[in-house]
Write a protein that binds this ligand. Structure first.
Ligand code: ADP
Ligand code: MG
Length: 426
């Protein structure tokens, strides 16, 4: 028989205490403070960010906590409870694309990007002159490599810590600039070609909301991210995350290949990004493309349309128009159908699902979820399911049993009420 493992989120206080303990153990002094940032799930809008499209993430209650203190010199020293005994060190001046590796490249890359905000390669001034080095200790309840963006949680927690330490003032009202710094860290220093969804979600999501992100080129910062009401409990639903614990590696070329196919198709179609292809223009566009590109483009264009429909339906749920239980059920069924269509498109047209993700989606749906889909890049990682409130345990048990029946390794489960962004804890 299957056992069902739940990954509970720490309270903010517990997270801050853990990171502080890790800091004291690693560096023998007290930190200046603790900053944290959430992992994320994307409700719908997958593989659309790098196509100039729409995404709709929410922040997890699961966060990465960074206890942090400035140094008087240029040294950067990093410890992580998830990497015991592995103290990562470098000097600020030597950090950059191609010069550092290991897990420390994520936080160090953020320091590099924030020290070069104008992108000219020279270090920009901070409130106090030059950027200082720092010690940081990390602890996290965001599962690693589960498609829930532990990498962005780490980057964004460090970004808000550095923003405070260096007096940059970006976290207050210029968060898209922090987003870009975290993206540069991951793209240029770590070398993972992710599209910006993860860092935007971790820095910009707010409780009780999903964040509608518009990656169309030239979107101004003030129109890039819009909070939209998303309260599953108002619909009698709960958002359940299923971490398949199957291997996923975005870096192994599949992600880059999908990106390249889309960029080539956009060139062929004479558009800057696939966002410019409308559902009405889709059939014409597909005729100009060969088989694989045709399916990839069909996914992207239909997925962007599904995001718009999902937002329209979810907003309705937050208004007086969806008062009766019948109306709530109709909205829930609509959201669920869009999630199911998204999964089928990712599985069949974009070909980024895998056996474990398909099992999770099928078993959750058979157990009563109104809808389920893979979330994140694919090839493993996590799925999400919208389930009737009170059935979380039963659905999770059914999914765990299906994994046993089909010979997959054991999954884990998280509850994911839409939560808050990167911020200071203490
Ligand atoms: P995901 O972002 O989906 O969890 P990634 O492969 O993008 O998966 O990022 C995971 C990597 O991020 C880890 O292998 C590690 O290098 C780094 N990382 C994330 N969180 C931590 C942490 N708490 N401590 C050390 N490294 C971390
Ligand atoms: Mg990641």
């Amino acid at each position: 028989p299957a056992t069902t493992t739940w990954l509970d989120a720490w309270t903010r206080q517990e997270g801050a205490e853990r990171a502080t303990r890790a800091f004291v153990a690693a560096f023998g002094r007290e930190p200046d403070g603790v900053w944290s940032a959430p992992g994320r799930v994307n409700l719908i809008g997958e593989h659309t960010d790098y196509n100039g499209g729409l995404c709709l993430p929410t922040a997890l209650p699961h966060r990465t906590y960074v206890a942090f203190a400035r140094r008087d010199d240029d040294a950067v020293r990093l410890a992580s409870a998830q990497r015991p005994g592995d103290l990562w060190t470098a000097s600020l001046g030597e950090i950059g694309p191609g010069t550092v590796d290991g897990w420390g490249a994520y936080p160090a890359g953020v320091a590099w990007a924030l020290a070069d905000r104008d992108g000219d390669g020279d270090r920009d001034r901070t409130r106090d002159g030059t950027p200082s080095g720092f010690d940081a200790a990390v602890d996290s309840c965001v599962p690693f490599g589960a498609g829930l963006s532990s990498s962005a949680a780490l980057e964004c927690a460090v970004a808000v810590a550095l923003d405070d330490a260096w007096g940059l003032g970006l976290a207050a009202d210029r968060r898209p600039e922090l987003t870009r710094a975290c993206m540069r860290a991951e793209n240029e220093v770590v070398g993972a070609p992710t599209g910006g969804l993860d860092q935007s979600a971790s820095l910009l999501c707010t409780p009780g909301h999903a964040l509608l992100l518009d990656f169309a080129p030239d979107t101004p910062d003030d129109a890039f991210a819009r909070p939209r009401t998303f309260e599953p409990e108002a619909l009698g639903l709960t958002l359940l995350v299923i971490d398949t614990r199957a291997e996923h590696s975005l870096a192994d070329g599949q992600y880059a290949e999908r990106r390249r196919t889309c960029e080539d198709a956009a060139r062929r179609l004479g558009v800057r990004t696939l966002r410019e292809i409308t559902p009405e223009g889709l059939d014409d566009a597909l005729e100009a493309l060969a088989d694989v590109a045709r399916r990839r483009v069909r996914h992207v264009v239909t997925e962007v349309a599904r995001v718009e429909e999902f937002v329209a339906a979810a907003d309705l749920a937050g208004s007086d128009q969806a008062r009766t239980s019948d109306e709530r059920a109709t909205v829930g069924a609509r959201l669920g159908a869009l999630m199911a269509a998204s999964h089928a498109s990712l599985r069949d047209d974009y070909e980024v699902s895998c056996a474990e993700l398909d099992t999770a989606v099928e078993a959750a749906t058979a157990a009563g979820a109104v809808g389920a889909r893979m979330t994140g890049g694919g090839f493993g990682g996590s799925a999400i399911a919208l389930v009737p409130r009170g059935t979380e345990q039963a659905v999770a048990d059914a999914v765990a049993q299906a994994f046993v029946d089909r010979g997959h390794g054991a999954p884990a489960f998280l509850l994911a009420p839409p939560s808050g962004p990167a911020d200071r804890d203490v």
